[in-house]
Design a binder for this molecule. Sequence first.
Ligand SMILES: [Zn+2]
Length: 405
Amino acid sequence: MEHILDVLQRDTLTNSIYPVILMHDEKRPLSEFYYPHNPRRKVYWTEDSRAYWHVDSSFYKDSRIKPLKSEDAELKDTDWVAFYADAARKRGMLAGVEFSHTWVDKPRLRGEFQDCVQRDVYGKPSATQLCPNNPDTLVYARALYTELATRYDLDFIQTCFLGFAGAPSYRQKMTEVERLMRLPLGTCFCDSCRAAAEKQGLDWNAIVERIRRLAMGHDRYNAREAFELRLLLNSTTTASQLFVEMPEFYAWFRFRCDSYVRFWREIHTAAHAARPGIDVRFNDCWMYPEMLGFDLRGMSPYFDSIRAADYVEETGDPELMVAKRGFYHSIRRAVGLEKHFVTALSQRVRATPALIKETILMSAQCGADGTTIASYDTATPALLRAVREGFEEAGIEVTAPGRRG
Ligand SMILES: [Zn+2]
């Protein structure tokens, strides 16, 4: 650990660190078959949504869902939150943690907690995503934030807990209408969503009927609905027109956003009750957040900082950087000039020093307060050094972090 931090400080001017402490399983390295220079292993298989801190079960006595402990022989005996926080403090760095996309492992979501997962319009459950309108999800979310904020000396707790399923990847080149028309294949139509929508006064039956009809259009054997969808996608009809002519579709789109505003209010309230100065950070890993149900302006009273977690550098494609700049402007526009905003860059092996430097300069030009480095699982030494060089060449001074640097 000390060697890693030495290198990060020297080559990237890192002044803040966080471990990902709860996340779905994912092969490492992600973008390549093998590690390029790891003397111990060619690949690493992570565990599925295990807690890398020593969970205090008293925080979960009201929660049906409890974090699952690590079973990895090399990892389970260390409380990694305490370990990282201690390492950060010794160097004057900020200390944080991240709850990633998933907070419960897939076997338990398919088993004892299958009533808590998101469902599509046909009732098919999501493999990984809890529904934010489910009361048990909320109790669990509050418990996670309360435990971490109470027990550890942390500056920030970050999450990129995913929104509603079904949005196509933003890296796919699609029109806005095409993106919107994919959403009906997604979620959520569970009983908790029905209850939340009806509490808002929405006609849920009319919404479900409309969304089902749109979803059916994606199956060519539904001849009538498929014709309607094809006709739409070949027309000049705009997203605005869709909202005008299908009030149920707009009501559903708005309801998804309202759901996550409520969810974030719960998280933010719980974390701040446990530790008043804590920075609750929203990790926006999607260029079109509203497609997942994230209305950044509506949510912004309930997060203290935002991180634009986009990693297009790792594609090596300079064209995608144009969209990245627009993404940064979109975030700053939504959250206002005062909200703490950090960007992100990837140093995976297909990135180039030029793209990394471009993101650093672009971050400053787009009014960001800092940048973060992520996913350096295949980074070469030159890609690490490009971060420091990027700051130096742009004439940007990296200051010592405050409580929120
Ligand atoms: Zn739901």
